[in-house]
Design a protein around this ligand. Structure first.
Ligand code: FPP
Length: 263
């Protein structure tokens, strides 16, 4: 796709206020393959994660340029606690440095940071840093960067079920009120639209407990490159792929406006 076409798509996405569009409103990234990237080069796994943060920075800048409104990144899953202690500490250190070093630039670029995942069980300093990133940027109106940290989709759904059960037991909600909207409203992503596109690097083709509920009608792009090699070109190619999908949401006719119909 020529750069000019790309920008035209981006502009039309900004104008439309509802429904699917050529440029996805919400892209979610499964940043996989840091370890394999490092192993291929005879480097420690930590170096793969460190280079992964650089790729994350590039991805955020590219998302702003493309006109994406929400970018969710899977940075630490609940299952990642079972990695070696040293690797977990390394990832926590990278999160620290990412927020410390990049928060000012994110804020200057009108990025709003949101964090999804369980706060319980996090070190107090990590939890405080996540809160700070959200508070400092809460008035921003540009890209929303959703950091999935200590996140697990099944855990999120179980917590929503508990909250709904409590509301029913307390008489605040009736059984008949429990529908798909009610469940969505009790997830960490309550005020965030569902992802239109999920991109996973490293060649793996699975969701790994990421946004299971929200991904019901997401499109998927699986890239054969490892996360540290993800760049603006790879991002734009994935968006172009998405723009040619017919999204039917269970209906017969495509309901998406896309690059083919231009509608
Ligand atoms: C998967 O690669 C990646 C992760 C578990 C962590 C993702 C984290 C980053 C990109 C950098 C950290 C960013 C923040 C903000 C904390 P893997 O290690 O599972 O790769 P492998 O499957 O090749 O071993």
């Amino acid at each position: 796709m020529a750069e000019s076409d790309f920008l035209a798509l981006s502009g039309s996405a900004k104008e439309a206020d509802s429904g699917p569009r050529p440029v996805p409103r919400h892209v979610a990234l499964i940043m996989d393959g840091n370890g394999r990237w490092a192993a291929k080069r005879g480097l420690p796994r930590f170096e793969g994660h460190r280079r992964g943060v650089e790729a994350l920075r590039r991805a955020v800048r590219a998302a702003i340029g493309i006109g994406i409104q929400y970018l969710t990144v899977y940075s630490f899953s609940v299952e990642n606690w079972s990695r070696p202690r040293e690797e977990v500490q390394g990832l926590m250190g990278l999160l620290h440095r990412f927020i410390r070093n990049d928060l000012a630039e994110l804020n200057a670029n009108n990025v709003r940071v949101r964090v999804i995942g369980a706060r319980a069980g996090l070190d107090a300093d990590v939890a405080a840093l996540l809160r700070e990133a959200e508070q400092v940027t809460e008035g921003n109106s540009g890209l929303t960067l959703v950091v999935a940290f200590n996140y697990g989709a099944r855990q999120e759904i179980a917590a929503a079920a508990r909250a709904i059960a409590e509301a029913v037991a307390a008489g605040r909600l009736s059984l008949n009120d429990i529908d798909t909207d009610a469940i969505s409203a009790h997830l960490h992503t309550a005020d965030i639209p569902d992802p239109d596109l999920i991109i996973r690097t490293s060649g793996e083709q699975r969701l790994s407990n990421f946004l299971l509920w929200q991904a019901a009608y997401a499109e998927f792009v699986f890239l054969p490159i490892n996360w540290p090699d993800f760049d603006e070109g790879a991002f734009k190619a994935a968006i172009e792929d998405y723009a040619h999908r017919d999204r039917r949401f269970g209906r017969v006719e495509p309901v998406a406006c896309n690059a083919k119909t231009g509608s």
